[in-house]
Unconditional design. Structure first.
Ligand SMILES: Nc1ncnc2c1ncn2[C@@H]1O[C@H](COP(=O)(O)OP(=O)(O)OP(=O)(O)O)[C@@H](O)[C@H]1O
Ligand SMILES: O=P(O)(O)OC[C@H]1O[C@](O)(CO)[C@@H](O)[C@@H]1O
Ligand SMILES: [Mg+2]
Length: 492
């Protein structure tokens, strides 16, 4: 049996091979494990808003390539099923009993997704029974539910947070599936980050083992942007925009004083996307430190040397640090192995630690007084409503999720790949975490925009590149050999 690192059985992967090295990583469908299900004409065909649209229904063979940059001799590569409404659906409106749950940390846009799931189900498919599960996964078996209607959700998108609450920990697969079965729920919309998607994959496996006609659908959420495959997660843009306010404040403080340093700590437990994009957007940042790129303080090429140069040249500087950066420098201090209820590492405050180190170093070694202001906006970048572009993104994600469930697909995450809405099998989402690749162009762009040292030796760079190549070769190999092969695709 082939399993991913998370014990998700990937041997059931539906891989379809086509001409020219075309590979479709398809998502599960009810018809894979339940026979003779009736289908119905999609009610959208009679909806005045959609019936005028030329080719509104997605073609059964439509798929979206994972890689858009190719060479003339490259194989066509991996594709995902294109999201959208299908001609035939597997549920009648009054048969659907949907539920929505939000898990993990907050993220701008959660309420927008909830709103659009409810309105999409009501307005597009005439579904009237939509339950909100309160307080995350544990809410399935230990909390009340809320009946969600278009009226109830009408202006929740203007508020931060999630109207149905969220939590970490408390995932008990069999209790959750018992609750789904007992309540007669047949569409489960699960909004959350990498941990949540692992939980969703486990729920799907159990639902399938019990042979239930229940669609299990994930909607990827995380301001950290650590979910692989998708272009980016919703709320990320909003968080980066809000982070600008902290960086601006740091810059104003720093440039108003002699030897002023503004130090901003931003969220990013295992990856530095928020810090990287906020730095690139701001142009006021002189140094960005992220978990993927270890840094050191002392000696040639170190952080102290760079700070001294910036202060000498400009009189001030701004540093952005992701909360997960430099944790190895802090190791040994107490509390480093603590975890939250979901098993995520609890981090120590690298920003506070670094502020003290910088002050001590410059007063002792350079006899200089540093005016350092430490700004930690923490929850302020995620406890806000989503901006306009995230709102549109949330709407498309939610509507795509609904179309897929109505069409009988299950075990998928609704996600944007190369600007197109797709259905991605869970095993692809939970397999690994998305990280900033420091040998990619984006990190090089950042280094050339800040002029900061890379903190890497030539040897480090070549090792990093080798590691990346090995990883991508392994991925290629597993796609070619591990999974069940279906030639002559009969795609739905
Ligand atoms: N491997 C796993 N299997 C089953 N459930 C899991 C797993 N990992 C996490 N979960 C559950 O998923 C939920 C959310 O996980 P977590 O707290 O890690 O947040 P997340 O979804 O990764 O979001 P974020 O990191 O953006 O805050 C929790 O209820 C947790 O119990
Ligand atoms: O909400 P909590 O448990 O304080 O967790 C904070 C974490 O959540 C995130 O916002 C998303 O995973 C991280 O950036 C941060 O480390
Ligand atoms: Mg997470």
């Amino acid at each position: 049996m082939a399993t991913t690192g998370n014990n998700i059985d990937s041997s059931k992967a539906k891989i379809v091979h086509g001409d020219g090295g075309y590979v479709l990583e398809d998502v599960p469908h009810f018809s894979d494990y339940i026979s003779d299900l009736p289908t119905y004409a999609n009610p959208l065909q009679d909806n005045p808003a959609y019936s005028v649209v030329k080719q509104y229904f997605v073609h059964v063979d439509d798929s979206v390539p994972q890689k858009v940059v190719v060479h003339k001799s490259s194989p066509r590569g991996i594709h995902f099923r294109r999201a959208g409404p299908r001609q035939r659906v597997y549920f009648q409106a009054d048969e659907v009993h949907a539920c929505i749950v939000t898990c993990g940390g907050l993220c701008p846009g959660l309420n927008t997704v909830i709103r659009e799931l409810v309105c999409g189900l009501y307005n597009m498919y005439g579904v009237k029974k939509v339950l909100g599960i309160e307080g995350g996964y544990r809410g399935f078996y230990s909390k009340n539910t809320i009946h969600l209607t278009p009226k109830f959700v009408n202006d929740i998108h203007k508020r931060g947070g999630t109207v149905i609450g969220t939590s970490r920990g408390g995932h008990d697969t069999s209790k959750i599936v018992d609750s789904i079965q007992d309540r007669g729920i047949n569409q489960v919309y699960i909004i959350g980050g990498d941990g949540t998607q692992k939980g969703a994959a486990a729920i799907y496996e159990e639902v399938r083992r019990r042979g239930l006609k229940v669609s299990v659908v994930g909607i990827p959420k995380t301001i950290d942007n650590d979910i692989p495959v998708i272009d980016k997660s919703f709320g990320f843009d909003t968080a980066v925009e809000e982070a600008q306010r902290a960086i601006n404040a740091a810059h104003v403080e720093a440039e108003s004083m002699e030897n002023g340093i503004g130090l901003v700590k931003l969220m990013g437990r295992y990856c530095g996307f928020i810090a990287m994009y906020a730095t690139l957007a701001s142009r006021d940042v002189d140094c960005c430190l992220i978990p993927e790129s270890p840094f050191y303080l002392e000696g040639p090429g170190g952080l102290y040397e760079y700070i001294a140069r910036c202060l000498k040249d400009n009189g001030h500087m701004v540093i952005v640090i992701a909360e997960g950066a430099g944790q190895e420098l802090l190791s040994g201090s107490c509390g480093s192995d603590k975890q939250d209820a979901s098993g995520n590492k609890l981090l120590q405050d690298i920003g506070l630690w670094l502020s003290q180190r910088i002050k001590d170093h410059f007063s002792k070694e350079h006899k200089m007084t540093i005016n350092l202001k430490y700004i930690d906006p923490t929850y302020m970048i995620r406890a806000i409503p989503s901006n306009a572009s995230d709102n549109v993104y949330c709407t498309l994600l939610a509507q795509s999720a609904v179309h897929g469930a109505m069409a009988g697909y299950t075990g998928y995450t609704s996600g944007l790949v190369n600007g197109r809405q797709t259905y991605i099998p869970f095993y692809r989402i939970v397999d690994k975490q998305n990280k900033v690749v420091i040998t990619d162009r984006m990190w090089a762009r950042l280094l050339s925009s800040t002029n900061q040292p890379s903190f890497l030796t030539v040897k480090d760079v070549s090792e990093e590149k080798k590691e990346e190549e090995t990883l991508s070769q392994m991925n290629q190999l597993s796609n070619n050999t591990e999974d069940e092969t279906v030639s002559n695709p009969s795609v739905k």
